[in-house]
Structures are given as structure tokens and as C-alpha cells.
Design a protein around this ligand. Structure first.
Ligand code: MRU
Length: 332
């Protein structure tokens, strides 16, 4: 991703391997500060996933792979490392997929993790190309949370088609849901779109219906886990955006690599929803806004029925919920 700094433009990934350790953009500090953190052990990687220094399903997947690589390089017990990394965040399928993949590599796990991270980037590029076909010149698109390069090592999932459309000269405008409580939209998506020169406006989450009625042409979001029938988990608030899109006749697309599909789940009922600290809801910017004694509920994700999805944009093309059999077609 292109990042504008005081000293010029840099091309960065969300997570990478350098000099025997992992480097990540500390996503908790954006957009105020661009700080690169060094992660030297699998325990540090587990902490970075839990505290959301790194976040977003494919980036969590790559981070899990690098976590196992760190454990392998340090000759630690890989089963123990896998257990610790798996216990960080329960919803994103990519984490479990990448850890399982790394455990199958007896030797050179560092090399395997590097190729895994590279493969995410090339898949996201293909998602961008496939999805950009849906974006006409002048399109007005709504997105929720951050499904950009920060969330997917590079390029992004839902933001990849927008990058490709912009780079091929199309004009577009993006409504960015602020995404309370952690504000991934207002902080991270808006930062990525600014770096890319894509016109956008941040809207309060509860303004989406107002714009969906007349101004939004298309919704594009990412996913953390997709069940065999197309039900999918994504950032809390996605479900209500899908209902609004249906009510207003707005096409609703989900962009995700095949690694986000969990064939072991028939429906979304089996998806584990992470519950985060009540403090994220009770406070804004570290300042408590709720009365003393009030409690809060804070599910990090919700599940949207597959029936509300117009199509899934994958590295293997755009698929309807009834077409997932094609994901296993080696010809695609
Ligand atoms: O809690 P987060 O910030 O990790 O949640 C991220 C999302 O919900 C994204 O939309 C999803 O991971 C898709 S990322 C390409």
C-alpha cells in the first residue's frame, strides 16, 4: 500500500519478515502515527493479534503464519505455539487456516510463511481485478470497517476493487461507516483512501440508512468467516447494512479470499462471535461517556445471512452463494 509520510511516499505491507523478526504497522496508532513494531517471538505475536496491533482476517492469518515461523526459528514447541496463537481471536477463519498450513511444513517454516503472505497479496490483487468490474465510472460505494491493505497484508479485499478502479482512471466516491466502537472505518479505511487519493466521506454508523435510500449504488464489505451456505461473519453492524441494502435495492457484495471460507460450517449459526471488553463501548478516546454503573455489551462481529448477498468476490471470480462448489475446481 502506498503510504504518504513527511519524507515522501512509501510502499508498505501490514506485516512482513525482516532480519529474523516480524515487522508490523501498529494499527492502534493510525492515523496519528505511523509506527512499525518489531515482533521477535510467537508470544509477542499472540499479544499483537489479541490487542489488535494487527487486525483484519487475512492480516491475522499472515500474522499467525509468521508467529509459527518465529516459534520454528526459535526451536520452540510448535504445538504449544499454535495453541497460544489460536486462542487470540476466535472469529477469523484465516488464522486457523494459516496455522494448520504452517504445521504441515516440517522444514523451512519461515519460507512457507513468506510464501503464504505473498500468496495473500496476489489473491487480493485478483479480487481487486474481479471486483473492479462492478464499479462504473462515478460509482458511490458504501463500506464498513476496514477491509483494506491493513487488513489483508496489502491491497485489501473490499478496498481492492476500489484501488483497481481508481488506478484505471474511474472516478468513485466512498461512504465510510465510522465503525464504532473501535472506529476502523474512520481511522483506518479513511487513512487508506486518503493515501490512494479516493474521494470519501466518513459517516456515523447510524447514517447509513439515510444514504442507502438514494445515494449508494453498491455496498462492498469484507468477511471474517463464510459458511457453506453463504452466511458470513464480519464486523458488528454489517448485518444491518445488508438488511438496508436489500430494503433499498442496493447490490451487496462480500470480498474475501478462499481462505476465509470455512467448509466445516454448514450455516453461520456455528460461527463463534468474539466478545470484547465493555470499556470499548463505555468510553470514547479513553474518556468514559456512560454513567457510572452502566454496563455494555460488545460483540465484535455479527452474522449476515447469505440470502442478503449479491455475490462473493474471490480470487476465483465472483460467486453466488449457490456456487461455492466452484471454489474447489482446480481449473479456476
Ligand atoms: O476486529 P477487526 O478489525 O479485525 O475486524 C475486521 C473486519 O471485520 C474486516 O471487515 C474483515 O476482517 C475483513 S478484512 C479484509
Amino acid at each position: 500500500m502506498l503510504v504518504k509520510t513527511e519524507r515522501g511516499t512509501k510502499d508498505l505491507r501490514a506485516v512482513w519478515w525482516e532480519d529474523g523478526a516480524v515487522r508490523v504497522i501498529d494499527q492502534r496508532l493510525l492515523p496519528d502515527q505511523l509506527q512499525i513494531a518489531r515482533i521477535a517471538s510467537y508470544e509477542e505475536m499472540a499479544d499483537a493479534i489479541s490487542d489488535m496491533t494487527v487486525r483484519g482476517a487475512p492480516t491475522i492469518g499472515a500474522s499467525g503464519a509468521f508467529g509459527i515461523a518465529l516459534a520454528w526459528a526459535a526451536k520452540s514447541d510448535l504445538r504449544k505455539a499454535a495453541e497460544r496463537l489460536r486462542a487470540t481471536r476466535p472469529t477469523a477463519h484465516d488464522l486457523f487456516h494459516s496455522i494448520d498450513l504452517m504445521l504441515k511444513h516440517g522444514d523451512n517454516v519461515v519460507g512457507a510463511a513468506l510464501s503464504f503472505a505473498d500468496s495473500i497479496v496476489s489473491k487480493c490483487r485478483r479480487i481487486g481485478e474481479a471486483g473492479s468490474e462492478l464499479i462504473r465510472d462515478g460509482a458511490r460505494i458504501l463500506t464498513h470497517c476496514n477491509a483494506g491493505a491493513l487488513a489483508a497484508v496489502d491491497y485489501g479485499t473490499a478496498l481492492a476493487p476500489m484501488r483497481v478502479a481508481k488506478r484505471s482512471g474511474r472516478d468513485l466516491f466512498v461512504f465510510v461507516d465510522e465503525t464504532r466502537p473501535r472506529l476502523q472505518g474512520a481511522k483506518l479505511t479513511a487513512w487508506e483512501l486518503s493515501n490512494e487519493g479516493i474521494r470519501h466521506a466518513i459517516i456515523a454508523d447510524n447514517a447509513a440508512g439515510h444514504y442507502m435510500k438514494s445515494e449508494v449504488d453498491l455496498v462492498m464489505v469484507g468477511a471474517d468467516r463464510i459458511a457453506a451456505n453463504g452466511d458470513f461473519a464480519n464486523k458488528i453492524g454489517t448485518y444491518e447494512k445488508a438488511v438496508l441494502a436489500k430494503e433499498n435495492g442496493v447490490p451487496f457484495y462480500v470480498a474475501a479470499p478462499v481462505s476465509t471460507f470455512d467448509p466445516s460450517l454448514e450455516t453461520g449459526d456455528g460461527i463463534v462471535i468474539e466478545e470484547r471488553s465493555a470499556d470499548e463501548v463505555l468510553s470514547i478516546g479513553g474518556v468514559r461517556v456512560a454513567p457510572d454503573g452502566s454496563e455494555a455489551l460488545n460483540p465484535a462481529f455479527d452474522v449476515t445471512p447469505g440470502a442478503l448477498v449479491s455475490g462473493f468476490i474471490t480470487e476465483r471470480g465472483i460467486l453466488g452463494p449457490g456456487e461455492f462448489g466452484r471454489l474447489h475446481d482446480p481449473e479456476l
